[in-house]
Every structure is written in C-alpha cells, then in structure tokens.
Ligand binder design. Sequence first.
Ligand SMILES: *Cc1c(COP(=O)(O)O)cnc(C)c1O
Length: 801
Amino acid sequence: MGKVLNDLSVTPNLLKAEVLRHLTFTLGKDTPNASLYDWRMALSFAIRDRIVEPWFASTRRTWAEDRKRVYYLSMEFLIGRLLEDACVNLGLREMAEEVMAEFGQDFRAIIEDEPDAALGNGGLGRLAACFMESMATLGCPAYGYGIRYEHGLFRQRFEGGQQVETPEDWLLMRHPWEFERPESQYTIGFKGEMATRDGREVWVPGETVLATAHDTPVVGWQGKWANTLRLWGAKPTTLFDLERFNRGDFAAAAEPEALARTLSRVLYPDDTTYQGKELRLKQEFFLTSAALQDILRRFKAAHSDVRKLPNHVAIQMNDTHPAIAGPELIRLLMDDHGVPFEEAAPIARECLGYTNHTLLPEALERWATFTFGNVLPRHMQIVERIDAWHKDENYHRPHYIGIVKHHEVRMGELAFIMAHKVNGVSALHSELVKKNLFPELNKLHPGRIINQTNGVTPRRWLKMCNRPLSSLITETIGPGWEDDLDRLTALEPHISEKGFRALFDSAKRTNKIALSHWIKDHCGLTVSPDALFDVQVKRIHEYKRQLLNILETIAHWHQIKAAPKGNWVPRVKIFGGKSAPGYFVAKEIIHLINDVARVVNADPETRHLLTVVYPANYNVSMAEHLIPAADLSEQISTAGKEASGTGNMKFMMNGAPTIGTLDGANVEILEQVGAENFFLFGLTAEEVMRRREDPEHSRKAIEASQPLQDVLQMIAEGRFSPDQPDRYHGLVHRVWHHDYFLVASDFDAYHAAQAQVDIAFADRDRWLRMAAMNTARSGFFSSDRTIRSYMKDIWSVTSAL
Ligand SMILES: *Cc1c(COP(=O)(O)O)cnc(C)c1O
C-alpha cells in the first residue's frame, strides 16, 4: 500500500517538450511570439498534467477501498499562487527553472506573473488552504468545498495615506488549475413557501439557482496523494426569459441571471464583524447545500442505507458560516430520503464537526428570524425542531439557552448542538470557548469541546518561500524534514557551532537583501539589510493593536531625536494589512501609520536609524516575501482576543523571534521555544478582564507614562498631519477615555520589551542563537500535526498511504 502513486521520473527533456506542446497546441503560440503570460500558462499546464495522474490514482483508491472521506466546508480559501507550490511538491522546481531558462525565460518572473487566488480575508481562509495541502500530504481522502468568487478580497491602494479599495480580478486571465465540471450541478432553492403534498409538508422555493463545480487538484508533498478543492459557481436555472425579452421587458428578462451572478460574485471583505445581509445568508446556504447534495450523491453511488452515512462521511464546518449544514442535512435526509427527524438529527450530528475561530461577540453570526425564515422557510421549521429536540434531550437545559432567542437564530449555538465535536484553535482559546463562550452547553455536553491548535504547511511557508534557509536545513540535518517537521530539533546541537550560526546569519541576510530590493521597487525607500527588520503583517484590527506598534514607533523616534548620537540599533518597521472597507477606526490607524511614515522617513536626523514601511495590498505572496526576511515577529494582540494566529507560526519557522502577549498560539510558541527566546510582555487574559473593571484604566495608564503622554501630545498637535492638525483628535480621545483594547495599559511594558529586543539584537551571537532556536523548535506548528489530530479526534479517518 505505502507505494508512491505518482511516477515522478520526468526528465528535463520531457518537461521541455510538454511545455512546448502546450505553448503550441493549448495556447496557440510559437516561441518568438509567446508572452510571459503564454509561458506561464504553458508551464502551468505541463505541471498540472503531472498532478492529474496521482489525482486519479487517489480517487480510484478511495473508491476501491471504500474509504471514509473528509469534507471541509469553508466560505474562504486563501490559496495564493499555485504554480511554484505545485513545482515544489512534485520535486520539479529546479527542473522547471532550468527548462524555462533554456527557453530564455526567467522562472521567477513567471512565478510572479500569477495572480493570487485571494478567496479569503485572512487567517481563517489561509488555514483552510494549509489544511488542504496537509490532508493531501498525509493521504487523508478529502474534498474542500467553497465558493468560486469572481472577485476575491479587494485590492488595497493608498491615496494620501488612506486605504482605497479596488476590485480584484483573478479570473480576468485564464485560471489554469481548475477543471470545470458542467455535469456536476445542483439546484439550490431560496424563499418560497411550504405546501402540503400527499399529507407531507414540502418546500416550494420561490427562487432557484444552479451550483456548478470547478475542481482544482491539490497535490501533497512528493506527489503521493492529491485531493480536490471543489468551488461552486452560480448559474441561472433558466437562462433567459425570451418571452419577456420579446415583450421589451429587458431588465425582467435578465432577472434570473442577475440573481445567480451576484451569488458567487464577491467575497464579503470583513472577517471580524458580522452583518445580517441577506446575500451573505444566501451565499452560505448556496455553498452548504451544493456540498451536501454532492456528498450524498457520492455516498449513494456506493451505499444504499443513509443511516450508515457517519461511517463514510466526516463534514467539518470552518466557523459558523456553513452552520446551516445541520438543518440542511436533516432536510435532505427527511424530505429526499424519508428518514424521520428523530433519526436524521443524530445521523447529521455524527457527521458534523464545528471549528470555532473567534470570541469576539460582534463576529458571531446571528440572523433575524424574519430574514432567516424568509430566505429559508423550511430550514426555519427544522431549526425550531432541533431546538425542541435538544431541549427534550437535555431537560436540565436552562431556559435562556437555545438556538432561537430574541427573534434571532444564533449560528454558534446551532453549530454546537449539531456537531459531535466542537474545537477551538489554540490551547488558551479552547479553554475560553469552554469558559466564556459556551459555558452552559459545555456543562450539558462535557467533552464535546476539544482543542486543535492551528498549524501552517511547512512546504509553502518554509521550503518554498525560504530557499536559503531550507537549503541550509537540508545540508545540516538531511532531507525529510519537510513532512516530518519535528526533525528540525536536530538543528539544535548545531546552534552552538559558530560555523552553523554564520551560515544561518548568511541565509537571513540573503533574504533581507532581497527584501531591501523589493522595498526599493515597491515603496521607493532605501533600507539597510543590517537594520533590524521588525514586521507586523495581518488584517488591521483594533484587537491586533497595530496602534500600539505605531505609538511605540513614535516614542522610539522621539527618543532617538533626544539623543541622535546614541548607540541606537537601526530599525525598519514594516507594516502590512487591509482593513474591512467599513471599519472606520481601522482605516484611521492605517492613515496614521502612513502619516507617521511620511514624517519619520523624511527626517534627516533619524533616517539611518528608523524607517517605517507600509507596502499596500498585503496578501499571501507578499507574506512569502516578507516573512523569510523578518528579524522580529509582532504578535501583540490584547490577551484573550486572538484565537490562535497562524502568522506567528510562519515567522517562528523562518527564524524570527516573537515579541508578543500571552495570547492564542503565542502561549504554545513560548512553551516550545522557551522564555529566553521570546520577548513576552503585557497583561494576561485574566488581567485584561480585571483591568477593564476600572473605568479609569486608560487615563491612569497614560498619566503614569511620560513617553505615552508625549506621543499622544504629538499626534494631537498634528505633528504627523500638519495639513490637518485635528485629524487624530478622535483617535487620541479614544485612547484617553475608552481604550477597550488596553493599548495604554500595555504601552510601557511593550516599550520596555522593545528595548530588550534592541539589546539582544546588538549581541549578534545571542540573536542568532535565538533566531535559530525558533526554527529548530517550530515542528509542532506544522499543519500536518494539526490534521493528524483532527483525523484521530474528530473525523475517525485513517491515511490511505
Ligand atoms: C497567515 C496569513 C494571515 C494570518 O495572519 P495572522 O497574523 O495570524 O492574523 C493573514 N493573511 C495572510 C495573507 C496570511 O498569509
């Protein structure tokens, strides 16, 4: 069984011939006229061909062995580019480089020509993408189900320092990785009413659309296994109302088409607050219903008794976005298969798992019963039935617990009740889910909430994005660490060797030089690779506290100016990230960072000691450029607010120590790497809660800190906004009087921790030991470890390899 499915014996000549064949016959171009795009397509198709074989073999084996499959339902898949990733996993990167060079083409330029598939906002969507890759690597038979948004996350530009959003167009050019499946389509209904037929209640939808499948193969490390990412596009059920058109009613004639097109048109660009928009509910149901119909069709092709579904099907809900899966699966079992509710509900629960991603109350989905009942009348009935069923089964249930309360359908409760396992995404977060989010349900169902600490795939986030360090690792401990990341601990004994540290230093320096060029090209700024590269890249949000970082940056600048001849460690402060379009406070922080950058970068007195860089449009491929060059990883959220973080893990793997709070997976990073290799500061989650009880907490903190007072004074006086001195009055006022995320209370501790960073960095040898220890101890954060754990604890699925 353990045999490699894919024959990787492709030679350079064969690959070259295949690229040429695709250029000629798929693209219809000859070499003198081929553009960069044509070459990219030709290479992508040639590489894709190599994936098809293991893909078919995996599918065949899953059928032949009648294996249980995992279905990962997610509204977001933040995939990024695919070409280099596929080359790396097939072991063809060097060969592809060589072959393209023989055609006179630069492999790097081809890679960079690919647009990011940005079908997600941030961490949650990127996690889904890492999980897909790890499931393929581990030979876990799986499908990812998502929506094929025409427009992924918006593109970000800065105008006068302010964020401006423009639409993103990843499908404008041909997408070479997917296979359209016009034969795989399902009807999805909305609205309408309940009717009685043959004594049974049936749902007669008022609107329908078709969901059509687009399959992208996801190949694992060394091409041993490949799974499918199936994205649904929406199409009208009736193409066009010709009769209305002929009557001259052109708009009405196009109505069915308009509804369908809007369904898979855009990704909602907000991941931390929830808006009760009808279109969003329709998108969630569209994905979920199409996936479940597909799952049942596949099941029925091999089995006849739907009561056996849980033996063959594990469905994971990535957050509550697909939580309608509970009622929808019950509906399909009842209405299409004649299973009574009392049997259908436990079957559905046995199949379903729910991953919680946030404790932020404003991010928890709740639908007005009016909207929910209007869009999904049959599901409204079923939800009420689930609620009654759960109450009957748990007669101790307090009256205030339930799915439908205060004219709202609470999706968190629904997902919890309909899942046999509920998981948090870091040790701390899972405890807070038990204690603060679902305390009563946890009491009713002890053991249902478990922890699955997130991870990231080391193929993309180390092997692919950091070639200097990957080569050094392989030279030092041999190959095989890529799918067995705990082996990185074998680096530890080498860290005490001066020679190894010099090589580690030189790998990081290579990356920093490359990033300096990139910064010059993208931001027009000159930075020295000798400076400390201090990086905070993630969505802009108050709880992530980019504000704390920029305030401390100002304090640091102020300090340097007071003693310009001092022995300062030169720093480059790098920010990256997008704000939700309607999130005013986050946009104000972006504006402030850019305003501070403009003033600080123009200061001749400090220019060689401090630069602030904020390249626009942070996305996966920018992360791949920045993270390998980082010296310091900023993970400074208000404790208790960041569920896990995964950016923190990418930095750790790439040898960047963390400055951070005891929050999310930082806790476990600290545990792995040891306090001497981590810059810990700030209030703990419990201290945060207690601190907030003092209504004067921010004023007191500011009055106790001269540096913070000075910083706020400078901002309030318009030092960074001379064109509009009162621009940040609101912001400064909020820090003084509101400050829910405790920026002021953590400021001094953060400022002191940054001073410790400077001291450590100035001691080159000490710093290198810290950095290398971070890489050596990062094995735990491979998403392979996470997926193995889901397979065992939630899905009861074994590897097919
Ligand atoms: C990893 C990643 C994230 C998540 O970062 P956090 O720091 O965990 O919030 C967000 N966006 C992109 C593009 C990423 O690659």
